[in-house]
Design a binder for this molecule. Structure first.
Ligand SMILES: [Zn+2]
Length: 290
């Protein structure tokens, strides 16, 4: 479902070019007063030296540490690069800042992560990364994928709630729920154009956030900023209620209060409940075979 492979260049980008891009981004924020939150999203692993040379990485961290407006830093990486070494360096350079490493756990089920997402690591690797980061006072922001392909709406709902609970137990500091959106030239797009995939309902997202918030310790933030919400390629309901529900989701992310969902209602809720009860995975598999 992810278009990173297609977005990315097959040639390595030299370190000085990466640094130049980073300086440019910082300059664009020069009029901001702060406190600032810097998110270094590389569409890959910021801590993988094959993607970002070690010198460049450290120069970027240096630039961040010199900027007193910055109070929070989020870097992205796969779990295997969250090591004693990399965490030690980040702790030394960014001491005093709230630092989180964003890691795409997606699902805490090895079967779902492997078969539906093809991610290439185990839950155990993720748990180890959380422990290693924690030992250096660095938090982990777990990305949870809502409704990868080949799951029914109900299974997707259950999987995301369970994943959030599991991630919280492992000790993550933030959970970011990402509903699948249909990106170009992906398997999900092929399934979607054949009527074999529907992005998650906004009702499902609301249910995931409500159930997870009730279960998980209040020290763990649960956030969601859905891409393409209300669009046919993104998380959506019936169009009429999409905007109000998306706004409620954004409010929830800011204040963590599930009360924002209480007043939401729409006729399409019945159809969603019906889907949860009656959508049949066997039928889905049958259609895919055809
Ligand atoms: Zn509706």
């Amino acid at each position: 479902m992810c278009s990173y492979l297609l977005d990315g260049s097959h040639e390595a980008v030299p370190g000085d070019k990466i640094l130049q891009q980073f300086r440019h981004a910082i300059e664009r924020a020069s009029s901001e007063k702060g406190p600032l939150s810097i998110k270094v999203y590389t569409s890959g692993s910021f801590l993988d030296e094959d993607e970002v040379p070690t010198d460049t990485r450290n120069q970027i961290l240096d630039l961040i540490s010199e900027d007193e407006r910055v109070s929070e830093v989020v870097l992205e990486s796969r779990p295997q690069y969250v090591t004693e070494d990399s965490m030690g360096i980040i702790y030394d350079l960014l001491d005093g800042r709230h630092v989180e490493i964003g890691v795409g756990l997606e699902s805490s089920s090895d079967a779902i992560r492997t078969l539906c997402i093809n991610k290439g690591f185990e839950t155990e690797d993720f748990a180890e990364a959380v422990t290693t980061a924690k030992a250096h006072k660095i938090g982990i922001r777990a990305y949870v994928l809502l409704k990868p392909p080949f799951l029914t709406e109900r299974d997707a709902l259950l999987d995301s709630v369970r994943t959030i609970e599991d991630a919280a137990k492992m000790g993550v500091t933030t959970i970011s729920v990402n509903p699948v959106n249909v990106q170009k030239h992906t398997l999900v797009e092929r399934l979607w154009t054949r009527g074999l995939y529907r992005p998650p309902w906004l009702w499902t997202l609301v249910e995931v956030l409500s159930q997870a918030r009730a279960q998980v310790d209040s020290s763990v933030n649960i956030v969601c900023d859905p891409v393409a919400a209300g669009k046919k390629r993104g998380v959506h309901n019936c169009r009429r209620c999409d905007e109000s529900i998306t706004m409620a989701v954004r409010n929830f992310s800011l204040n963590q209060k599930t009360g924002v969902f209480d007043a939401l209602d729409c006729d399409c809720r019945h159809l969603w409940s019906h889907t949860l009860e009656h959508e049949d995975f066997a039928l889905l598999v049958h259609s895919i075979k055809r």
